[in-house]
Design a protein around this ligand. Structure first.
Ligand code: ARG
Length: 497
């Protein structure tokens, strides 16, 4: 009975922890506004050398916040999810170089516009594109859901791109569209002029652009439909910074003063590789992003493994009450439900549920640690149970006949052997967990995989960053394997086999 109570206490504590985590977040929502963006749109929004979301729009929002007494909390997500997140209330505002369109006005409200732009065609230097109409029947890459996407997608009301054989490839990021162009997968990229100029500046050797002067559009900040109070404040803040010179300063800093790293080239292929690596990892600070990402990956994995072990033990013991009592018990039923649900659904789905529903898009790290820990717990539980079942029944009988209680026999005789039995399987589980954390980028965590992703966006090079993280993961797993081998050897020291 005492043991049961202890188990229940541990469980209750965990639940309190989760609920407490959620609740503490709601307390501090005083004047914080959540501003969504998609940091794939330089110079309006991008990831800076420190791995933070930065850019013209962010500077504008912070300046408005300063004027109007708001704290700005920036949330980086896919461009096409921004409007929907305003609707659900996950965001208060969107600052993402978002163009005012009649269609978008149906779902969101726009501030006064703060910037005018046109669309541009980006293409390879060795060919000439003189008008949008020339792209009829060609392959075009765009960022999904943007005005560029609308401009080139053949539709009834599209007067220029009328050829339905025109192939539009939609990417989540503008940079990926550029990589596709460089790889020869498309003939052109159609995107807003400022990012087009940034992309071309970073790829001067092989890309160029054409601005489409008759496609003028205006950027504005969006808020949820009917959120007049926030909209008025944003408009007022915008007006104030336009009058006091701060706005112009930000234009100078982010749009006029935008410097790019120049890339060295060489005819010698070995030298070219060295230059490329230097550019990707050093000049554009890729190594810093990788180091930060590595820390995050290790941190999340370590915390999740610890949680997984604790939960795994608890669940395994709960499930074993069934073996002991030779009938189903409340605890074993709970344990079975736990194991079945967590093993029966993809961890990616669990992560999204935890982050978006349980945590309402707050505290991504905690959400990730809990998801992976809870998920791993199910597997660890089965490994430990297998380890326990592999211990001969006679051991329990022996312990009991020596006068030990069930719990004592478990603790001093069965579990030490069980852990040894389960160890190889547990090692597998930890290795899997480490690699599985590579999906945390989906909930806005900058782990190792996400770091590679950022580097691709910044350098338009996919090869070096991806190979680099593959090697880093490999080294991590290799290190972990060595560590597990050492521990296993220690544990087996007393064995006769
Ligand atoms: N101005 C374009 C639009 O509203 C593209 C904006 C893309 N912005 C971004 N942060 N990715 O559709």
């Amino acid at each position: 009975m005492k043991r049961k109570t202890r188990l229940i206490c541990i469980f209750a504590l965990l639940i309190c922890f989760i609920i407490g985590g959620c609740a503490s977040q709601t307390d501090e929502e005083k004047k914080i506004i959540k501003v969504g963006t998609n940091a794939e749109f330089p110079p309006f929004e991008y990831i800076n050398d420190e791995g933070e979301v930065d850019g013209f729009d962010m500077a504008i929002m912070r300046a408005i916040g300063e004027e109007m007494g708001y704290e700005i909390d920036i949330v980086n997500m896919e461009f096409k999810s921004l409007a929907a997140s305003l609707k659900t209330g996950a965001l208060d505002a969107v600052a993402a170089g978002m163009t005012v369109t009649e269609e978008r006005k149906q779902t969101v409200d726009f501030s006064n516009s703060y910037y005018g732009a046109v669309q541009s065609i980006v293409f390879k230097k060795d060919r000439a594109v003189n008008s949008l109409a020339e792209l009829n029947g060609k392959k075009i890459a765009v960022q999904e859901g943007t005005t560029g996407d609308i401009l080139v997608t053949p539709a009834e009301d599209n007067e220029v791109i009328t050829d339905s054989s025109t192939e539009v490839k939609r990417f989540k990021k503008g940079a990926d569209a550029i990589v596709e162009l460089k790889n020869g997968g498309v003939d052109a990229v159609v995107i807003d002029s400022s990012p087009a100029h940034s992309f071309v500046a970073a790829n001067q050797e092989d890309l160029t652009y054409l601005d489409l002067s008759d496609t003028e559009e205006f950027y504005a900040i969006a808020v949820g439909k009917g959120n007049q109070e926030l909209l008025d404040d944003i408009n007022e803040g915008l007006e104030r910074i336009q009058n006091n010179g701060v706005f112009d300063q930000i234009v100078d800093q982010y749009i006029n003063g935008n410097t790019v790293n120049v890339r060295q080239t060489s005819n010698n292929p070995i030298m070219q590789i060295i230059y490329d690596c230097k550019y990707v990892f050093i000049d554009t600070n890729g190594y810093q992003l990788l180091l930060q990402g590595l820390g995050v990956t290790i941190g999340i994995s370590f915390a999740a493994v610890c949680l997984g072990i604790i939960l795994g033990f608890v669940i395994a013991l709960m499930k074993l009450t069934e073996t002991r009592k030779k009938r189903k018990t409340v605890l074993s039923v709970i344990a079975n439900i736990y194991i079945n649900i967590l093993r029966g659904t993809p961890v990616m789905v669990q992560l999204l549920i935890m982050y978006m529903i349980v945590f309402r898009s707050n505290m991504a790290y905690l959400a990730a640690i809990l998801t992976f820990g809870i998920n791993s717990g199910a597997y660890v539980a089965e490994n430990i149970r297998a380890g326990i079942m592999a211990v001969d029944n006679g051991q329990m009988e022996g312990g009991r006949s020596l006068g030990f209680t069930y719990a004592q026999t478990m603790r001093y005789i069965i579990l030490p052997q069980a852990i040894k039995n389960a160890f190889p399987a547990l090692g597998n589980e930890f290795i899997t967990l480490l690699k599985e954390t590579s999906i945390v980028g989906y909930v806005a965590i900058q782990d190792l995989t996400k770091a590679a992703d950022f580097i691709i966006s910044r350098t338009y090079e996919a090869f070096y960053p991806l190979i680099a993280i593959a090697i880093i993961y490999f080294i991590l797993v290799w290190g972990l394997t060595q560590l597990l081998a050492v521990v296993e050897r220690r544990m087996r020291q007393s064995d006769l086999r």
